[in-house]
Design a binder for this molecule. Structure first.
Ligand code: ADP
Ligand code: ZN
Length: 290
């Protein structure tokens, strides 16, 4: 089966050709400019390769809820040229094949569920901590949508008493993204995360916030695993710190076999930055079943 995968990001569009086993044969990257300029380039790439279905994991906010009026649209994104853009409709019309559509981070989640660390599980959470925080949610054997996709990266957190930093999110003073994404680290400490690797207090505070969010994800979604990815999680010393804080904050309230060994419960992503494209291939597979 010849499948198309599109990891649509705010700075680049990664277009790939692959199959239902998650194998990628070809991949190109196109800068994200405007629909007028960028769409024809992507359409030409997929058309020439005669794909049978396309899966799109898209920057957001988007509307991934089938049957609603603006399904398939990029909605209120700060990237103005793409606001209220019917990306799914344009691809469907140009390519004449089924198109699957979800958030970028739900695509990561699907990649890990289908081919990676969460293979075969009925529930899992994928958190990406980079320029922002995105959360993909897989429950009851499917990606979660309600009236929209979850926005669990903006979960409100209890501030650390010693943290005087106001937060980077323009909407919330104390959400996970505003307190713990890469730009918040940089503004709070006056240096990029990568240059703060040796400062233990930076990562203790970071772990305090990420662990709070993870406890909340466990309590709300009851996932069998939590996968943490994104640029900030390249600081591998975070993992043991997060697990330790998680255990402390959970305080023994939930006692499932999964939580006995946090090393296999809170884990790094497993597909070497291919979780997005592989998840998009699976979105293409699933688009054919509808
Ligand atoms: P994006 O979220 O834009 O797709 P990334 O996941 O790479 O991309 O996240 C970029 C953010 O992560 C930046 O704020 C950057 O400072 C931070 N970052 C990237 N690499 C590291 C690292 N090795 N250690 C700490 N922070 C990092
Ligand atoms: Zn926020």
């Amino acid at each position: 089966m010849i499948l198309g995968a599109l990891e649509a990001g705010g700075t680049k569009m990664v277009c790939a050709i692959g199959n239902e086993r998650g194998q990628v044969q070809e991949r190109i990257s196109i800068p994200t400019v405007s629909p007028e300029k960028t769409m024809p380039e992507m359409i030409a790439f997929f058309r020439e390769r005669q794909i049978e279905a396309l899966g799109i994991g898209c920057f957001g906010p988007i509307n991934p809820v089938k049957g609603t009026k603006t399904y398939g649209y990029i909605t209120s994104t700060p990237k103005l040229a793409w606001q209220n853009y019917y990306i799914v409709g344009v691809f469907e019309k140009a390519l004449g094949c089924p198109v699957g559509f979800d958030t970028d981070v739900n695509a990561y989640m699907l990649g890990e569920i289908t081919f990676g660390a969460a293979r075969g599980l009925d529930s899992c959470i994928y958190v990406t901590i980079g320029t922002g925080v995105g959360v993909g949610v897989y429950v009851n054997g499917g990606l979660l949508h309600g009236m929209m996709h979850p926005e669990a990266g903006h979960m409100l957190l209890q501030r650390h008493p010693a943290d005087a930093y106001g937060g980077k999110c323009p909407f919330h003073g104390n959400c996970l993204e505003g307190l713990a994404a890469g730009p918040a680290i940089e503004e709070r400490w006056g240096a990029k995360g990568i240059d703060l690797a040796q400062r233990r207090e930076v990562w203790e505070l970071e772990a305090f916030y990420i662990a709070q969010a993870c406890v909340n994800y466990t309590l709300v979604y009851a996932p069998r695993k939590i996968i943490l990815g994104g640029g900030v999680m390249h600081q591998e010393q975070l993992f043991p710190m997060i697990r330790q804080q998680y255990r402390k904050l959970m305080a023994g309230y939930v006692n499932t076999p999964e939580l006995e060994n946090l090393e296999s419960y809170i884990v790094p992503c497993s597909l070497k930055d291919n979780q997005g494209i592989m998840g998009c291939l699976q979105l293409a597979v699933e688009a054919q079943n509808f």
